[in-house]
Write a protein of this length. Structure first.
Length: 523
């Protein structure tokens, strides 16, 4: 059970920061644990009261596999996805410190502040501090901060009272843990020591513990022999199986997945084993462009992997359910989404529709709740998502869990934007979202709208188009479009968009209108 103690004087003062502490050392782990013990009282006494003074330090670092990040166009601009958190400044006593690799452009900041309701942008601007490392190179923002002690000192000074501050990040790694200790404030995210629960192998173990259906397969695989054994055993259990998937534990957005076809497989275990072993080098279809077995095998040895059956079905979809475990141990089902997947393998995340179809949204919400409870038992806090594959047969929809993402993700930010713009709550039993005014709302969202012609547009142009075409989000009607990744548009022809309307069909239509307007503006 998580302790529910109030903030004591020692915690309120914060512990003296010593920049000589070695990352991952027993002393760092001790100090991190002490910081995290402050979260329950902070959550109850400060975060739950909209009028209470607080400081939110946003460090939107993508501390992920560098090879996978290199494949994402405009990676450094993904730090802008957290800018929806600027809408927290609607709470009049909240301060926000937002750190980025490169300085944010003022028109982009003004765009988000302009969406605030009930608070003049000038008032919010006084409570917003923007800081930058002025380092646009690849690599984690948290690492860039830790390498700049003088900048860290200024950041600590900007935080003010550490007793009412916490650190918000994209994902939690040892780098974010070191940063929390260096700043002397708790990290509102999953403990990095629990990160394996969000890997493919760890997720399968959690699904078993929670009693949640998941694809037949094996986990903890390290080499070609393990993969061969797992594929042979899987085919032996399911003789009619046509396709399997080999996944690296630390794959991201479909990266690290490879599809294996059993077409032409011989009968008999000995013959099958020889056949599978011979096909591993040439028979895997990789999600990552130009990948090959030697590279894939090296990654497998470094981070483990799984083999699982490909779920068949004429009507098959890929929804997800998002949850939050508070520092007090409370679990909330935040949302469900239908993920829009594409790419040659059909496994690349392109966007999402909210909420997921009511045909199966309550089903995945219930199954995901089992997973959330199990993760809570392991000590997980913060936001995370559970991905499913659902397929319809004669008996209706069946769902199998396939992945746990112990971080914020592509579905986090559009939902956060809706919540901060319109208020309200998702009803997991009904599979619908009501705003604070009781209106039903849905959206279509993507952070991967790409058109080479968009490079002719500036962020101001994009916003102007939305306003001129009456597409900009209107708080009176609680419908319209909101943009993200605006810093990407002129450099890469890429941006994000969330189209909010009453129904999924209307949101899809609004999204298409916005794309058409941008296409026309870009010529």
């Amino acid at each position: 059970m998580i302790a529910r103690t109030r903030l004591g004087p020692e915690a309120q003062r914060g512990e003296q920061v010593d920049e000589r502490i070695q990352p991952g050392s027993p002393e760092e782990l001790r100090r991190f644990a002490a910081l995290q013990e402050r979260l329950p009282a902070l959550f109850r006494d400060v975060l739950d009261d909209p009028a209470a003074p607080r400081t939110v330090v946003v460090v939107p670092a993508l501390s992920l596999d560098p090879e996978q990040l290199e494949r994402i166009t405009g990676t450094v601009h993904y730090e802008e996805r957290h800018l929806s958190m600027l809408l927290l400044l609607r709470m009049p006593a909240t301060r926000l410190v937002y750190v980025t690799s490169q300085p944010l452009h003022e028109p982009i900041v003004d765009y988000y502040l302009g969406m605030l309701q009930g608070i003049p942008p000038e008032h919010a601007r006084k409570r917003l501090l923007l800081m930058s490392t002025f380092d646009g190179t690849s690599g984690s923002l948290a690492a860039k901060l830790l390498a700049r002690p003088r900048l860290l000192a200024r950041l600590r000074k900007a935080i003010g009272d550490p007793a009412i501050a916490h650190l918000s990040v994209f994902n939690s790694s040892p780098l974010e843990r070191s940063l929390a200790v260096a700043l002397g404030i708790p990290l509102y995210a999953c403990d990095p020591d629990l990160a394996a629960l969000g890997g493919k192998s760890g997720a399968r173990r959690v699904f078993r513990e929670a009693g949640v259906p998941h694809p037949d397969g094996s986990e903890g695989l390290r080499d070609a022999q393990d993969v061969t054994d797992a594929l042979v055993a899987l085919k032996g259990r399911q003789p009619g199986l046509r396709t399997a998937v080999v996944k690296l534990d630390e794959g991201f957005s479909g990266e690290g997945n490879a599809v294996f076809s059993f077409d032409g497989a011989p009968a008999g275990e000995a013959q099958l084993r020889s056949w599978v072993s011979g096909r591993l080098r040439e028979g895997l279809h990789y999600r990552a462009p130009n990948d090959e077995w030697e590279h894939f095998a090296a990654k497998l040895g470094a981070c483990q992997g799984i083999v699982e059956a490909w779920i068949e079905g004429e009507d098959k979809r890929s929804p997800s359910a998002q949850y939050r475990v508070s520092p007090l141990g409370d679990i909330e089902c935040l949302s469900t989404h239908d993920q829009v997947l594409g790419g040659s393998s059909g496994q690349v995340f392109l966007g999402s529709r909210f909420p997921a179809s009511r045909d199966y949204a309550p089903l995945i919400a219930r199954l995901g709740l089992r997973v959330a409870r199990q993760l809570r038992e392991h000590g997980v806090i913060g936001r995370f998502a559970v991905d499913f594959v659902v397929a319809r047969d004669a008996d209706g929809w069946r769902a199998e869990a396939i992945e746990i993402n112990l971080r914020k993700g592509g579905t986090t930010f559009p939902f956060q934007l809706l919540q901060l713009l319109a208020g309200g709550q998702y009803d997991p039993d009904e599979g619908v979202y009501h705003t604070r005014d009781g209106r039903l709302r849905s959206y279509y969202a993507t952070d991967n709208l790409v058109n080479e012609a968009y490079r002719r547009l500036t962020p101001e142009d994009v916003v102007d188009v939305a306003i001129e075409e009456s597409l900009h989000y209107d708080p009176a009607t609680e419908r319209g479009v909101a943009f993200s990744l605006l810093g990407c548009v002129a450099e890469y022809g890429k941006l994000g968009i969330t189209a909010i309307d009453a129904t999924r069909a209307q949101a899809d239509s609004l999204y298409r209108q916005a794309v058409s307007a941008l296409d026309a503006a870009a010529g």
